[in-house]
Design a protein around this ligand. Structure first.
Ligand code: GLU
Length: 317
């Protein structure tokens, strides 16, 4: 059987929160329990939101939790090939490959392209582009190009993409009606998450992707890109999200649940055991190290539905 290659792919746009830690723990357990190797990649495509200091802090938080990786950056080291900001050439080559297939067109619309560099977490709302720039005449394109630099969009085929998710089961999406033509490069030159993540997981030989359920709707787009670029897709596992006691998705804005605040109140084993209990791997939220959880890890125990945090559990002490 093929050796498992897993990865963590955090975006350094703030301090890691409980939900990111949950995802990192499950990605590590899935990979290590299968004897796999782990890669860490810094997804710093968005220059406005990402900072190296956040990335280093993230690495320290992972190390504090006892989650290690075999390939990737180290805290304090300058950005290298494991940082997406350094990988533009690879994305450029993939873009050319798609251009040769006649699948790209310039898009002069201003709406909806702004966030292309960020992973589009589902709560941000899905937007189906109507393809209005696809049929512009060459003259009109030249005219518009004088006023504005265009983004680059990929034309999607009339096709339903189906795949088997290791956590969510059979999933699928009609590309034209549920997704629409999507951006690969923003007008300011920033590379889109969808293209970068495929190029990187492909180039790094990743064959196991464990990430939040909010990225499930991005997966058909990514599967299309794997096929068009000629890369082998990984096995995907989209895990439930952690929700606040009120049912809201956790975000980096929930300061009380970020690793800075949690590390002041809890030991790494307390946090890990708590997350493992939420994941259905422990019967009680008792302290545990990642290594102790390895023999308990089983996809059959991981819930599919989002998990609401009990009220106040981590708030006091
Ligand atoms: N960098 C993305 C994020 O932090 C995750 C991308 C992925 O796992 O595919 O949301």
């Amino acid at each position: 059987m093929e050796k498992i290659k897993g990865r963590f792919a955090p975006s350094p746009s703030g301090r890691m929160h409980l939900g990111n830690a949950f995802c990192a723990l499950l990605a590590w357990l899935a990979c290590r329990s299968a004897g796999g190797t782990m890669t860490l990649r810094v997804e710093d495509l968005d220059p406005e939101r990402c900072r190296p200091t956040y990335a280093w802090r993230l690495m320290e938080d992972l190390e504090w939790m006892g989650l290690d990786w075999d390939q990737g950056p180290r805290p304090g080291q300058p950005p290298d090939r494991y940082w997406q900001s350094q990988r533009g050439e690879i994305y450029g080559r993939a873009l050319e490959k798609l251009r040769e297939q006649g699948l790209l067109y310039p898009c002069f619309c201003t709406r909806a392209e702004l966030h292309a560099a960020q992973a589009p977490h589902a709560a941000d709302g899905l937007f189906v582009y109507d393809g209005r720039c696809r049929s512009l005449s060459p003259e009109r394109r030249r005219e518009l190009a004088q006023k504005r630099k265009p983004a680059v969009r990929l034309q999607v085929p009339a096709e339903r993409i189906e795949f088997f998710d290791g956590c969510q089961g059979l999933c699928g999406q009609d590309l034209q009606t549920e997704c629409g033509d999507f951006i690969l490069r923003r007008s300011d030159g920033a590379w889109a998450y969808q293209l970068a993540v495929v190029c990187d997981d492909g180039a790094m030989g990743v064959n196991q992707v464990v990430r939040g359920r909010d990225l499930l709707s991005s997966t058909p787009r990514q599967l299309l890109l794997y096929r068009l670029i000629g890369l082998k897709p990984p096995q995907f596992y989209h895990i439930p999200l952690l929700l606040s006691a009120e049912g809201r998705r956790l975000s980096k804005r929930d300061g009380d649940l970020d690793l800075g605040a949690l590390r002041e109140k809890r030991t790494a084993e307390e946090l890990t055991g708590y997350l493992a209990w939420l994941a259905g791997l422990l019967e009680r939220p008792e302290p545990a190290s990642p290594g102790q959880l390895l023999p308990l890890f089983d996809w059959g125990k991981i819930p599919r539905q989002d998990i609401r945090l009990p009220k106040g559990l981590f708030a006091e002490k």
